[in-house]
Design a protein around this ligand. Structure first.
Ligand code: ADP
Length: 626
């Protein structure tokens, strides 16, 4: 037996390994299984080029736990190692890389480090008090070897006869890591990290019902116990797009997100060889209003080994709303996030993904516009978000970004301009785009605008305030106003420059009577000469202020959120009821009427709430009794 000391300067490296990776102990299993997969793949490659003439045979990797012996074992039938190789790869190289890693991240925030690749085999000491490695190389006349190490830099290496080719790594699980002897815990980890590894991973057994023929030749159902295979070795993204049907993509989506009931809208199969390697499938999910919960659904793999589902910094922010899988050995995995964001490979990958996504959307738009339109409501928030946050995407998306009006018709930005150009310009010759953020709540305003022949767009996502701001800068001479905004009101009613039925003196008299019932910090009174058939009073809001407040509600500009709301109470000077208010001599009755008219205007704008609403209902009932 050979005894020795691992080639290492730091005496106590194991406690350091343990401490450094405290939050991430579980990755030891990923590391050991990755090594087993590599060893198996190497043997397959050797066999395929003729350098290994024997039988590859059962290539499965098996994970076993023995609660009594307190061991967890990973076994493979890969290329194995000779004694010299153990000395070289395990004692020298592996350890020096572990040591290098530790030195590099000493004193740094390790939680920032994802994918601790490179630490490899030695990460087993995060959970084991002693590690045994039994191996036999594929090479002719190899003898079995046994290597042990108890967590100190001392190891033993001895010859130990072994029948089968391959490697068993036996971890004697430390007392503080007993969780890794629990079947459920280990099964969960295997499902997390190994779900799509290219070699079958077996853990425990499962029961299955199969049909068998008995002695009489009659078919009957029997329960059999068979090894439980954890993974799908050929996930869809590793196959050629030409070999896959729409249904295969959908099935893979279900495999990735078994708890999601919605079908994806469409998918993008990525397949790049140069200048970096990247494969994957991205799905457009049905986006929910609360899209924060949709984030972090993209899983990142490196050669089919799960690395993380937090792809921030690797794909542009707006793409984190997509679902699916990215697999690239070129993404550096053992570095901090800030490093990742400035890494050139990552930047190229990110730009490439953006381009591919834009390509796909443009293709569907050009080739199947109807389908594109039918999915628009589900994908618009994603496209709008992309256009707001990513210059390159914005340039591409201008061609296929759609606007939908209240009649359900779709237009590109250019088409819409042509559609409304002639009728909707303001005094500065800006083309006015009137929109509603809620067709139901702003119903009266939408109806009024449409009656006058104006087109009204539906812009109802939570980020639409940002979106219209962006469009106003992007499109020449364009202005967006919400249908209940002051400007929209002026535009819609501009034909009605009728003479006023009220004199200035009468308006001056009426104004304080109205203000008595208004919170003047929020509401300003303005008289307009509308037609008699219009409402006597309505509430409008300056577009700019409202939009800024909406935007601050989404975050970013908190000071705006604190400002009071600002509304206009527009009084139709020509309405019969307004005139009769002035003539009403019974002050009590007049106040009641004023309140009623103001409340009706508030109600139309969904601003009448709580106690005021209750009083309004009561007052309305009283009016019947008059
Ligand atoms: P890495 O896998 O990043 O090279 P490791 O520390 O995990 O680093 O492993 C060091 C080396 O030990 C591997 O490169 C490989 O040559 C050898 N090795 C580890 N596990 C096995 C195994 N199960 N079968 C064959 N060789 C192995």
């Amino acid at each position: 037996m050979q005894k020795g000391k691992i080639n290492v300067q730091t005496e106590n490296i194991f406690p350091i390994i343990k401490k450094f990776l405290y939050s991430d102990h579980e990755i030891f299993l990923r590391e050991l299984i990755s090594n087993a997969v590599d060893a198996t793949q190497k043997l397959r490659t050797l066999a395929s080029v003729g350098d290994f003439k024997g039988e590859v045979g059962d290539a499965r990797i098996e994970v076993k736990i023995d609660k009594k012996a307190k061991t967890l074992t990973v076994s493979d039938h890969g290329i194995g190692m000779t004694g010299e190789e153990v000395e070289q790869y395990i004692n020298q190289i592996a350890f020096s890389s572990a040591e290098e890693w530790i030195n590099k991240y000493k004193g740094k925030d390790v939680s920032q480090v994802i994918g601790h690749f490179g630490l490899g085999f030695y990460s087993s000491f995060m959970v084991a008090s002693k590690v045994e490695l039994h191996s036999k190389s594929y090479k002719k006349n190899s003898k079995g070897v046994k290597w042990t190490c108890d967590g100190s830099p001392e190891f033993t290496l001895e010859e130990k006869p072994r029948k089968t080719r391959g490697t068993d790594v036996v971890l004697h699980i430390a007392d503080d890591s007993a969780e890794f002897l629990e079947e459920d815990r280990v099964h969960g980890l295997l499902k997390k990290y190994c779900k799509f590894l290219p070699v079958e991973i077996v853990f425990g057994t499962e029961e299955e019902t199969v049909k068998e023929k008995d002695e009489k030749g009659e078919e009957k159902e029997v329960r059999i116990t068979k090894p439980r295979v954890i993974n799908n070795t050929k996930p869809a993204w590793t196959q050629r797009p030409n070999d896959l049907k729409e249904e295969d993509y959908k099935n893979f989506y279900r495999e990735l997100y078994p708890l999601t009931f919605d079908e994806p809208l469409f998918n993008i199969h990525l397949n790049v060889d140069f200048p970096f390697t990247l494969t994957g499938i991205l799905y457009f999910p049905k986006v929910k209003q609360n899209f924060e919960v949709q984030r972090d659904k993209i899983q990142l793999y490196s050669n089919q080994v799960f690395v993380t589902d937090s792809v921030e910094g690797i794909v542009p922010d707006f793409l984190t709303l997509l679902h699916g899988v990215l697999d690239s050995p070129d993404i550096p995995l053992n570095v901090s996030r800030s490093f990742l964001q400035s890494d050139n490979n990552v930047k190229k990958i990110s730009a490439h993904i953006t381009k591919k996504v834009a390509d796909k959307l443009e293709d569907i738009f050009n080739e199947k516009r109807e389908e594109f339109e039918s999915k628009w409501d589900d994908i618009k928030i994603f496209i709008e978000y992309g256009m707001i946050s990513d210059d390159k995407f914005r340039e591409r998306a201008k061609k296929f970004c759609l606007l939908k009006n209240t009649d359900g018709k779709f237009f590109t930005l250019d088409e819409y301009r042509d559609h409304i150009k002639t009728q909707q310009t303001d005094k500065d010759k800006k083309v006015i785009h009137i929109y509603t953020s809620n067709k139901e709540e702003q119903h009266a305003f939408v109806e009024a605008a449409k009656e006058k022949g104006y087109d009204v767009l539906i812009l109802d996502t939570p980020i639409d305030s940002h979106f219209v701001n962006m469009l106003e800068t992007e499109l020449e001479n364009a202005s967006f106003v919400r249908v209940d905004a002051e400007v929209a009101d002026k535009l819609i009613n501009k034909d009605d420059e009728l003479p006023s039925k009220l004199s200035q003196e009468q308006k001056d008299k009426l104004k304080p009577i109205l203000e008595k019932h208004l919170d003047v910090k929020q509401y300003q009174v303005a008289f307009e000469n509308l037609s008699e058939s219009e409402q006597p009073m309505m509430i409008t809001q300056p577009e700019f202020m409202r939009r800024m407040k909406d935007m601050s509600a989404l975050g970013g500009m908190n000071y705006m959120g604190n400002l009071p709301n600002s509304y206009m109470l527009v009084v139709n000077s020509n309405h019969r009821l307004i005139g009769s208010l002035l003539n009403e001599e019974n002050e009590e009755l007049r106040d009641k009427q004023v309140k009623q008219l103001i409340d009706l205007a508030l109600l139309a704008k969904n601003l009448l709430k709580g106690e005021n609403l209750t009083r309004f209902v009561q007052r309305s009932v009283d009016l019947f009794n008059c």
